[in-house]
Design a protein around this ligand. Structure first.
Ligand code: NI
Length: 234
């Protein structure tokens, strides 16, 4: 925040003049753009009353806009604090990817020889569900379930639990990415190729697709942070 500003919300002034269809869309659209480009940094409190006054709308569209932003992982709703801008960082994203890159190929390798027809059918259903899904929060959950369906025959309960935990922790980056780039950026061709190779019992091919899938996702998130510039509050 510069000395002349009294609030990070001052940075939204240019968009306040634009035309929007509904009050919710107006509030959501402006906040989303400001969160994605870093003008509203991680940790910024978004108080309903203050936003309603600033946008000149009632609290109902503000509440609905915050709910929509929460579904896209752009906002966290915390007990006692209310809505705050989600804290994400390039360093944290790269850390999460490094862990996934180390663990997931290992569990996929262990899992493939033991996958059942039911596991493969479930993975196929989850790909189809992702094709139909527009909501980024549910998309993130389906992606996680798809990956875990291919990994879970690996045994190694603690290793699988770690993988599940890292996948869940990474979800906010996937949702950020989808919010910034659109749902067509979900790498469904990789999911299909991974499933086909797993079904054929081709461990090397499935692992190669997974490694590429993770590397491309890591590169996309890194590019997002580069475009956005250095975070204001690291
Ligand atoms: Ni995936």
């Amino acid at each position: 925040m510069t000395a002349a500003e009294t609030s990070p919300l001052d940075r939204l002034a240019p968009e306040l003049a634009a035309g929007w269809r509904t009050a919710t869309e107006y509030v959501e659209g402006i906040l989303k753009a400001a969160i994605l480009d870093g003008r509203l940094p991680g940790g910024t409190a978004l108080r309903q009353e203050e936003l309603a006054a600033r946008f000149g709308v009632s609290r109902m569209p503000v509440r609905e806009a915050l709910r929509q932003l929460e579904a896209q992982a752009l906002v966290d709703v915390l007990p006692h604090r209310g809505a705050v801008v989600t804290a994400i960082s390039a360093v944290d994203a790269a850390d999460g990817y490094a862990i996934r890159r180390a663990l997931e190929p290992a569990v996929l390798r262990l899992s493939i020889p033991r996958l059942t027809a039911a596991d493969l059918a479930e993975a196929a259903q989850l790909i189809a569900a992702m094709d139909e899904e527009a909501d980024p929060a549910r998309m993130g959950q389906l992606n996680r379930r798809f990956h875990m369906a291919l990994y879970r025959a690996a045994g190694h309960a603690r290793m699988l639990a770690l993988v599940g935990q890292e996948l869940a922790g990474f979800d906010r980056y996937l949702r950020f990415h989808l919010a910034a780039q659109g749902r067509e950026h979900m790498a469904q061709q990789d999911h299909r190729a991974m499933l086909a190779a797993a079904g054929a019992g081709d461990v090397a091919a499935a692992v190669a697709v997974l490694e590429r899938h993770l590397d491309q996702a890591a590169a996309a998130i890194a590019a997002f942070f580069t475009r956005r510039g250095a975070p204001r509050d690291a």
